[in-house]
Design a protein. Structure first.
Length: 768
C-alpha cells in the first residue's frame, strides 16, 4: 500500500502554495553576519544575558585554562565542565564522575574515589533518588602542594588534564571515562597520596605499592627503581628523581584474595607508564548491514618501556555492542551497571544495530469513520495560528515548530494539502524570522558569542543563555521542522538560502566536525557515556545531568532527517551515531536495568553523573516524570518500542504511582508510548476519553493518527533491518509490515534483511 508524501515541488509552485517568494538579493541586514540568505548577530542584543560564572569568566572562558590548553572554542556540557566553567566553586571544581572513578579538585591535588555503595532516598511510589556519592578515598598530590586553583591543561574526546601550581610545586593529572588509571606528573616535591584512613598494604613489589582503603584496592606505580613509603595515612615517593607516576583502582571485591589482587597488579602494571595522552571517536554507517560502527581510539606515551596499550573499562551500552575483544572476568561497580574491562588495548569498536526512523508513521487501518475523525482534527488544527499560545523563547518556539511539522507530515499523507501548506507556511515564516538578524533586533534572533563559541537564541529559556543548558533540546525542534520544510521546499533549505543557518544550530549543539573555529566538537553529547548532558557547567555535587533523553533523541533524529532531505551525509551519519548510541544508553541507564536494590522504580526522570532520580526539574507528577523521557512523539520515537515488556512495566508504574488508570496529565504522550506495546489498549483509552487535555507540543490529529496506525501495524520488529535510513518494520498477529520513506528527488529501492524489497518513488512512503 502506498501513501502519498508530497514530492519535492518546483520553487515557483512552493512559493505559490506555502509561502512567499525567496529574496532575489542576499544582503545581510545592518548589524548582522550573513549566512546565505539568513543571518545571525555577533553583537549581544540589548537586555540579553551571557553565561554567568565566577569572576570575569562570563567574558573570558579561558580564565581557568593554562597556556598549554588547546586553542579554539572551550567545551561545555561535559562530565568535567565544572573544572573550566566555574559556577558554584570558583577556585576548583564540583565533583567529576568518570567511572569507575569519581573525582574532586582541591588545593592539595586530585581527590579520588571509587564509589561502590549507593545512597537511596524516597519510597517506591514517590520521588526518589539513588547516588553513588563521591567521598574521597585519598587525595593524589605533591607533598606541600597548596594551589590557589585548579586549571585545565588539556582535553580530548573523553579525557581532561587538570593542573595545579603553587609557584613551587606543580601537579598535572590525566583522567578519563573508562580509565582505571590516574596518570600524573609532579614537580617540586615527593608524590603523595593522602588517605582518609590508614591503608592495608598487601603488595610492595619493586616500584609499586598495593593498598586497600575504604574497602577499595589500589596500586600506585612509581618509575622503575623508585620506592614508596607508607607512614600513617600517607603514601609517598621521591619517584627516583623522575616526575611521573600513576595510580590504578582494581576491579576486586572485599572477598578477593591477595593473590588475585597481585595478579591484577601485575597485569595492570604493564600499562602503568603508558600515560594516556589522547582519545578520539570515529563512526561509519554501514548502510547495507544497517549498523553504525564506532571506533574509540586511545593514544599513549610510554614514559618508560615501549608499551602502547592501556586498560579500558566499558559501559554496558559499549560491551553489549562490542565488536571483537574479550573482557576480563572482573567488573567494576558503577551507577550504570557493571563495567567490563579490556586489558592491553589501543582501541575498541562497537557495532550497533539501526532499526530505522521515519518522517512519520504511515496511515494504516483507517476506516471511513477514522478518516472523518482525523479530518475533523486536521480542520481544527489548520483553522488558526499554529504558534498561538506558545511562548516566544527558543524552547517553546521549538515545541510549536515540532507540532506544526507533525501536522504537515500527517496532512500530506492523507491528502490534506490545505492543512499541510498552512503548516509549512507557518514553519517557513517563523524559521525565516529567527534566521534573520538586524540592527537592534532583540526577539527571535540568534547571537554568536565568540568567547564561548556558542550560538544563543533570544529570548532564551531554562538557562540556555546563562548556563548554556539544553541547546540540543531546543534546537532539535528547529532542525526537525526545517527537515520537514526541506522535503517540500528544497530551495529554502539550500546553503545559499537558509540551510546554512540550520547548519549553525547543528554545529552549536553537537558539531560533527573537529577543528571548527566557531564551535566545539559534539558539545552536548558525551562520547564515552553514550548520551547527552543538559547543563552547560555541570556544577553539581552529583556531576552533570540529563533529564529528557527523548528530546536528545529528537535532536539526533532531526539530524538524520535533515541530512537525508538535503543530501548531507556528514550530518546524517552524525545523527545516526548519536541516535543509535544514545538509544542503547537509554535502554541501559534510564530503565531499571542498572538500578540498585532498594530503588523500586522502572525508570528515572533524570540521569546524574553519580546515579539517577525518579524526579524532574519541574514537577513530582508521575505522568511527567515518565513522560519527559517519551516526548516528543515522532517518527524517530520507534526506539521506545524496542522492548515492549518494558513499555508495559513503565505504564503500569504510572498507574500505580498516580493512583489513576487514566493519566491525569500528558495522557496523549503516555498513550502514544503505550501504543508501542499495546496499541489496541491505547486506542480504546483514547476513544473513551475524548476530552483529555492536549500536551502543549501535541495535537489531537497526531495522537489519533499515531495510535490508530500502530493499532493496525503492531509492534516494532527489531529482527529486520533495511539498507536505507528511513525505514521501519512492524509485526502484528504474525504479519510483518515493511515501511520505507523517500524524501529525495529520485526513486529508491529499499532492501530489507528478510528479503523483502520496496520501490519507493520520490516524496512517498511505501508499505508492503
Amino acid at each position: 500500500m502506498r501513501h502519498r508524501s508530497g514530492p519535492r515541488l518546483a520553487l515557483v509552485a512552493v512559493a505559490a502554495l506555502v509561502g512567499t517568494a525567496l529574496p532575489l538579493l542576499i544582503t545581510a541586514p545592518v548589524g548582522a553576519e550573513p549566512v546565505g540568505a539568513g543571518s545571525y548577530t555577533s553583537t549581544l542584543p540589548a537586555g540579553a544575558s551571557l553565561p554567568t560564572a565566577c569572576g570575569d569568566l562570563a567574558t573570558n572562558p579561558r580564565r581557568h585554562l593554562t597556556d598549554n590548553a588547546p586553542a579554539g572554542p572551550v567545551p561545555t556540557n561535559d562530565w568535567w565542565s565544572s573544572l573550566v566553567y566555574k559556577r558554584t566553586e570558583c577556585a576548583f571544581s564540583d565533583n567529576l564522575m568518570a567511572h569507575p572513578f569519581s573525582f574532586d579538585t582541591v588545593a592539595g591535588g586530585l581527590g579520588v574515589d571509587y564509589a561502590t555503595t549507593p545512597t537511596i532516598t524516597g519510597e517506591p511510589t514517590t520521588v526518589g533518588e539513588y547516588h553513588f556519592q563521591y567521598g574521597a578515598d585519598f587525595t593524589l598530590g605533591v607533598a606541600g602542594l597548596s594551589a590557589a586553583e585548579s586549571q585545565v591543561d588539556d582535553w580530548t574526546d573523553w579525557t581532561v588534564s587538570p593542573y595545579w601550581s603553587d609557584g613551587t610545586r606543580t601537579l598535572r593529572t590525566t583522567i578519563a571515562h573508562g580509565s582505571p588509571f590516574v596518570y600524573a606528573t609532579a614537580t617540586g616535591g615527593d608524590a603523595r597520596l593522602s588517605l582518609t584512613a590508614a591503608p592495608t598494604v598487601w603488595d610492595t613489589t619493586g616500584s609499586r605499592v598495593g593498598f586497600t582503603v575504604d574497602g577499595h584496592d589500589y596500586v600506585a606505580y612509581a618509575p622503575t627503581g623508585a620506592t614508596w613509603s607508607v607512614a600513617g595515612t600517607a603514601i609517598s615517593s621521591a619517584l627516583g628523581g623522575k616526575d611521573y607516576f600513576s595510580v590504578a583502582v582494581l576491579p576486586t571485591t572485599p572477598s578477593s584474595t591477595d593473590a588475585e589482587r597481585t595478579a591484577l597488579a601485575d597485569s595492570y602494571g604493564r600499562y602503568a607508564h603508558a600515560h594516556l595522552t589522547g582519545t578520539a571517536v570515529s563512526w561509519d554507517y554501514d548502510e547495507s548491514a544497517s549498523v553504525v560502527r564506532a571506533t574509540y581510539r586511545l593514544t599513549t606515551e610510554a614514559r618508560e618501556g615501549t608499551e602502547t596499550g592501556t586498560v579500558v573499562a566499558l559501559y554496558p551500552h559499549q560491551w553489549h555492542n562490542l565488536a571483537g575483544g574479550t573482557p576480563v572476568e572482573q567488573t567494576y561497580v558503577s551507577p550504570r551497571g557493571p563495567l567490563k574491562v579490556l586489558v592491553g588495548t589501543g582501541s575498541f569498536t562497537t557495532d550497533t544495530r539501526y532499526n530505522g526512523v521515519l518522517p512519520e508513521l504511515p496511515p494504516a487501518g483507517l476506516t471511513d469513520e477514522d478518516r472523518a475523525t482525523l479530518n475533523g482534527y486536521l480542520d481544527d488544527a489548520g483553522s488558526g495560528d499554529p504558534f498561538a499560545g506558545f511562548g516566544n523563547d527558543t524552547y517553546w518556539t521549538g515545541k510549536a515548530l515540532g507540532r506544526a511539522a507533525r501536522l504537515a507530515e500527517i496532512a500530506d499523507q492523507v491528502g490534506r494539502t490545505d492543512v499541510r501548506d498552512t503548516m509549512l507556511d507557518a514553519i517557513r515564516d517563523r524559521l525565516t524570522d529567527w534566521f534573520t538578524a538586524s540592527e537592534g533586533k532583540t526577539q527571535r534572533v540568534f547571537y554568536h558569542d565568540r568567547n564561548w563559541g556558542t550560538l544563543i537564541g533570544y529570548p532564551a529559556s531554562y538557562g540556555s543563555d546563562t548556563d548554556l543548558n539544553d541547546h540540543h533540546f531546543h534546537y532539535g525542534y528547529y532542525i526537525a521542522a526545517a527537515a520537514t520544510l526541506a522535503r517540500f521546499d528544497p530551495s529554502w533549505a539550500a546553503d545559499d538560502q537558509y540551510g546554512g543557518m540550520v547548519d549553525l544550530l547543528i554545529r552549536d549543539a553537537n558539531n560533527p566536525t573537529r577543528d571548527d573555529p566557531m564551535f566545539p566538537f559534539l558539545r552536548d553529547f558525551d562520547i564515552y557515556a553514550g548520551h547527552d548532558w543538559a547543563a552547560g557547567h555541570g556544577a553539581f555535587f552529583a556531576g552533570n545531568n540529563q533529564e529528557s533523553s527523548s528530546e536528545g533523541m529528537n535532536f539526533a533524529n532531526a539530524l538524520i532527517q535533515w541530512g537525508q532531505a538535503t543530501g548531507d551525509t556528514r550530518v546524517r551519519d552524525a545523527g545516526l551515531y548519536i541516535y543509535t548510541t544514545q538509544a542503547s544508553a537509554i535502554q541501559n541507564y534510564w530503565t531499571d536495568k542498572p538500578f540498585p536494590d532498594g530503588f523500586e522504580h522502572s525508570t528515572v526522570g533524570m540521569v546524574w553523573g553519580d546515579g539517577g532520580a525518579y524526579a524532574t526539574w519541574f514537577t513530582a507528577d508521575p505522568e511527567k516524570i515518565h513522560g519527559i523521557n517519551m516526548l516528543p512523539i515522532t517518527g524517530g520515537s520507534l526506539y521506545l518500542g524496542h522492548d515492549p515488556d518494558y513499555v508495559d512495566r513503565n505504564v503500569a508504574e504510572i498507574v500505580r504511582n498516580s493512583g489513576s488508570a487514566v493519566p491525569r496529565s500528558w495522557a496523549d504522550v503516555i498513550w502514544s508510548f503505550q501504543a508501542l506495546s499495546d496499541a489496541d489498549a491505547a486506542l480504546a483509552a483514547l476513544r473513551a476519553n475524548p476530552g483529555y487535555t492536549v500536551e502543549e507540543g501535541e495535537s489531537r490529529a497526531h495522537t489519533f493518527h499515531w495510535i490508530r496506525s500502530l493499532s493496525a501495524l503492531g509492534r516494532v520488529d527489531t529482527g529486520v533491518t533495511a539498507d536505507h535510513p528511513l525505514h521501519a518494520v512492524f509485526t502484528k498477529d504474525g504479519t510483518r509490515t515493511h515501511v520505507a520513506a523517500n524524501v529525495g528527488a529520485q526513486e529508491v529501492t529499499v532492501r530489507f534483511s528478510d528479503g523483502v524489497t520496496l520501490t519507493v518513488p520520490p516524496g512517498e512512503t511505501v508499505t508492503g
